[in-house]
Design a protein around this ligand. Structure first.
Ligand SMILES: Cc1cc2nc3c(=O)[nH]c(=O)nc-3n(C[C@H](O)[C@H](O)[C@H](O)COP(=O)(O)O)c2cc1C
Length: 186
């Protein structure tokens, strides 16, 4: 059994990236469970909290620790990642020595109405994850341009080619997670 945690980098009530995350839930293969790791209730990170983490931050860090891999589904804000996602990653890596992303397999995907499909946000995010020492899926890349009806509210994908891409993407990520699981077990 493999458990993939997913983080949605948007707290918008109408988020298309949340729809994309739900689409991934729908295409999960047998033996793979997707669970959300919520970030919307995290307070702003400050080193002032390092000696006594707030409950929401502890729960977030524990949730990342508990899963086999983390899929980050994020929009692009001003050619980078939204602040709410960066804030979560700052909690994840602090206090010093308590980085829960170290060695954790990750994958980065996102959707945008724009033609670049949130590509620049994903490139920034991969730089951050590299610093966090998290192995990250290289291929396929998940730059998805959304149209208004591509994903329904409950995550159905109206375009068969996109649905097939999502299945293949998740398969590739699960393969990465399994490779790292074996390495840890040696
Ligand atoms: C503050 C802000 C900045 C944005 N910057 C970009 C951008 O740089 N590139 C892009 O493709 N879309 C950009 N957008 C449009 C988002 O892709 C679009 O709002 C998308 O729906 C956000 O994803 P979400 O619905 O999952 O929140 C921006 C939106 C906001 C609110």
């Amino acid at each position: 059994m493999t458990t993939i945690g997913y983080i949605v980098g948007s707290i918008s009530s109408t988020s298309i990236n949340r729809r994309l995350a739900r689409a991934f839930e729908r295409v999960a293969p047998d033996g793979v469970t997707l669970v959300e790791i919520p970030i919307g209730d995290l307070p702003h990170y400050s080193p002032d909290h390092d000696s006594d983490l707030p409950a929401a931050a502890r729960a977030f860090k524990q949730a990342v620790s508990d899963v086999d891999g983390v899929l980050i589904v994020t929009p692009e804000y001003s050619r980078s990642i939204p602040g709410v996602l960066k804030n979560a990653l700052d909690w994840a890596v602090r206090p010093y020595g308590a980085n829960v992303f170290g060695g954790k397999p990750t994958a980065v995907v996102g959707t945008s109405p724009g033609g670049t499909g949130a590509a620049l946000a994903q490139q920034h995010l991969k730089t951050i994850l590299s610093h966090l020492d998290a192995p990250t899926l290289g291929q396929p890349e998940g730059f998805i341009q959304s149209t208004p009806d591509l994903f329904t509210e409950d995550g159905q994908v109206t375009d068969p080619r996109t649905a097939a891409f999502l299945r293949g993407y998740l398969d590739a990520f699960v393969a990465l997670v399994e490779r790292y699981r074996v390495r840890v077990g040696v």
